[in-house]
Design a protein around this ligand. Structure first.
Ligand code: DAU
Length: 327
């Protein structure tokens, strides 16, 4: 793969939690302008050393505890990583920007900060925050911190809020790969509540592309919603994935594995973003059609069943059993 920005040195900072996996990075790990650093963003001295050694002059901040169900079982890690971790990164950015005014900081966030959208309505960048899970609240706090560093210190900050991502290498606690994994293993497919909660599905490549646009062209101090408009109920998505698996693998209807289970506490009914700002001001548009991306994503998991197996052993099983035992 030819690197898109050969003049940049990309330093990937990750502490490799349960969801991190160096195998996911194999295809880029030999690139001359790529480097991996195993650092926890809540370890300020280690982070400071890493910034100094690598002469970091910009940050694209995607590090987070990201799974809502886990934030309900144990919120502490979410407060630590998502709020304190963001604070440490901002502090280092602030210090560095004292000598390098061009220091750029892209803070990557979520539509969950806005809470649930009424039927027919979409949130825009001016909508008030109304987070409903410890995860969403931790991301909202981090967004506010990032914004305050622009207002108070003039740090060169941009923020993005995206909808649900799907694509290869997604850890199988998330709905999309969980459905595939359970269907492949003939296990019940848990659908929370009545399954009519709506999510807007964004292909991961389109999201990355949007981050590229905002990082390079977004206006300092501004936030940008990122969505594709592929809004559907969970039950519809699950049935579509089952249908693709039936078509590709045969062997009867996987829909029969669907099991409606007790709803997630504080479960937002509907997420919907208005992303006209990024489209009009930065000329970003998702370039992948949902149906095509859906099918190619299912294909990827079918080709990478061993990857799924390696993710779903050990810690995952303990989590899965705790999560679904009493539902
Ligand atoms: O909207 C962006 C957010 O999308 C990100 O900020 C989060 O980091 C990411 O985890 C994701 O949050 P969700 O809670 O929407 O994703 P999840 O895959 O957990 O669930 C998608 C929907 O499917 C949600 O309405 C809950 C439901 N669900 C989920 C699981 C895991 C089920 O019905 N059954 C399941 O087993």
């Amino acid at each position: 793969m030819a690197p898109k920005y050969p003049d940049y040195l990309f330093v990937n900072i990750d502490c490799l939690t349960y969801a991190g996996n160096l195998f996911n990075l194999e295809s880029i790990s030999d690139l001359p302008n790529y480097k991996f650093e195993k650092v926890d963003i809540t370890d300020f001295p280690a982070l400071e050393k890493c910034f100094a050694e690598n002469q970091i002059d910009s940050v694209i901040h995607l590090a987070a505890e990201s799974h809502v169900d886990r934030s309900i079982i144990g919120p502490a890690k979410f407060i630590r990583t998502n709020i304190a971790g963001t604070f440490y990164l901002l502090e280092l950015a602030r210090k560095t920007s004292e000598r390098d005014k061009s220091f750029r900081f892209l803070h990557v966030s979520t539509d969950e900060v806005y809470g649930s959208a009424e039927s027919g309505l979409q949130f825009n960048e001016e909508s008030p925050f109304n987070p409903n899970s410890p995860y969403a609240a931790s991301k909202a706090a981090a967004d506010h911190l990032a914004r305050s560093y622009y207002q108070t210190y003039g740090l060169n900050i941009v923020i993005t809020n995206c909808t649900n991502n799907f694509g290869p290498y997604q850890f199988p606690e998330k709905l999309f790969p969980l459905v595939i994994n359970n269907a492949l293993n003939n296990k019940a497919i848990p659908v929370y509540g009545d399954g009519k909660h709506e999510r807007d599905w964004l292909y991961v490549d389109d999201h990355c592309n949007a981050l590229d646009f905002v990082f390079h062209s977004g206006k300092a101090g501004e936030s940008y919603n990122v969505s594709s408009g592929s809004l559907m109920t969970n039950i519809e998505l699950v049935k579509r994935i089952c249908g693709i698996l039936d078509k590709k693998l045969g062997g009867g209807k996987r829909e029969k594995l669907i099991q409606f289970v007790t709803d997630r506490p504080g479960h937002d009914r509907r997420y919907a973003l208005d992303s006209s700002k990024i489209k009009n001001e930065l000329e970003w548009d998702p370039s992948n059609k949902f149906e095509t991306a859906l099918e190619s994503t299912v294909d990827w998991y079918l080709k990478n069943e061993n990857w799924l197996k390696s993710c779903t052993s050990g810690e995952y099983m303990k989590y899965y059993e705790t999560m679904y035992a009493n539902r």
